[in-house]
Design a protein around this ligand. Structure first.
Ligand code: ZN
Ligand code: ZN
Length: 315
């Protein structure tokens, strides 16, 4: 028996979910989907017992469970059939500060590279490995993480490497040579990625929108978000949304470059991304107007996003 803290999460549909954290003992990684019928503490206890076979004993709670978050202490069995869910690992690397310090062009571009994955498993993807591949691999190693794949937001050389303003930028080709792994791209971006970086078809996995890939137990959903380029992708994993050049804190990606489309960008911002919850943290591809922020805040403060949303609501 191990003690765990059960936190009930507020949801507009009622009690929809809860997470068990640990108080001493081995790590407990359980995410419970709770029935929506429970409105009192005894009902909630019963519901958890029935649904998950965990013996629940409320130690501290109010007589009535409301929809607000509250904690109860309960003993839980470890090693039940619940699938481990992994612990989100996300590291934001700013070019010119955290990597590629000797690269003035990279510093000027204010690109972000991300390491995202499963802390427990020590496995991560690198999102848009460019400018300083050795530095990226080194940062991952410092955190005890192994890079098991690359995710590509889009094919521009500041994100994947290649030739940019007459400069040769490190990127995917250097990554697959130094740290062999698959490169996950949207199918509409694949030919552009090959042309710009010189990687081979065998290095790549071509994806459809909404495909999923995993690092350890952490699943990443590949969202197709065209507008900046035809095969632009955003990546959703647990509480994070990595958005590349589709969305910045104070703007969105250019639509006047080859393959860009203002209509597609409007559809992406007003429809494709509009269902995502406010409490996701947005991690953009450049440090334009900030490094990260809750999506709900970006919806209120980003002039592009709020005007597109208003227009689509008015329709
Ligand atoms: Zn771009
Ligand atoms: Zn860019």
């Amino acid at each position: 028996m191990h003690l765990a803290v059960l936190t009930q999460r507020r949801s507009h549909t009622g009690v929809a979910g809860a997470a068990l954290g640990r108080v001493g003992g081995p790590a407990l990684a359980l995410a419970l989907a709770l029935p929506r019928v429970a409105s009192t503490a005894p009902e909630l206890e019963h519901a958890i017992e029935r649904a998950h076979g965990i013996e629940v004993q409320t130690v501290r709670t109010a007589a009535r469970m409301t929809w607000r978050s509250r904690s109860v202490i309960c003993p839980a069995r470890v090693g039940d059939k619940q699938r481990p869910v992994g612990t989100l690992y996300i590291r934001q690397l700013l070019v010119g500060r955290d990597i590629g310090r000797a690269n003035p062009a990279g510093k000027q571009m204010q690109n972000f590279v991300y390491l995202v994955g499963d802390k427990d498993a020590g496995a991560c993807f690198v999102v848009d490995p460019a400018w300083d591949v050795a530095g990226i691999v080194e940062r991952a190693g410092e955190d005890g993480m192994k890079i098991t794949g690359a995710l590509v937001t889009h094919y521009h050389p500041d994100h994947v490497g290649g030739s940019l303003f007459g400069l040769s930028v490190e990127g995917l080709a250097d990554l697959v040579a130094k740290n062999p792994c698959k490169v996950h791209v949207h199918k509409l971006e694949a030919d552009g990625v090959k042309r710009v970086t010189g990687i081979s078809e065998e290095d790549m996995v071509r994806h459809e929108g909404n495909d999923k890939v995993s690092a350890g137990e952490v699943e990443v959903e590949l969202l197709h978000t065209p507008g900046h380029t035809p095969g632009s992708q955003c990546f959703r994993l647990k509480s994070a949304l990595v958005s590349g050049d589709t969305l910045f804190l104070q703007g969105c990606g250019r639509v006047d470059l080859p393959g860009g489309s203002a209509e597609e960008m409007e559809r992406t911002l007003s429809q494709r991304l509009s269902k995502l919850p406010d409490d996701l943290t947005l991690y953009p591809g450049h440090a334009y107007g900030g490094e990260h922020a809750p999506l709900g805040e970006v919806r209120r403060t980003n002039p592009f996003l709020s005007s597109f949303q208003k227009r689509s609501r008015a329709r």
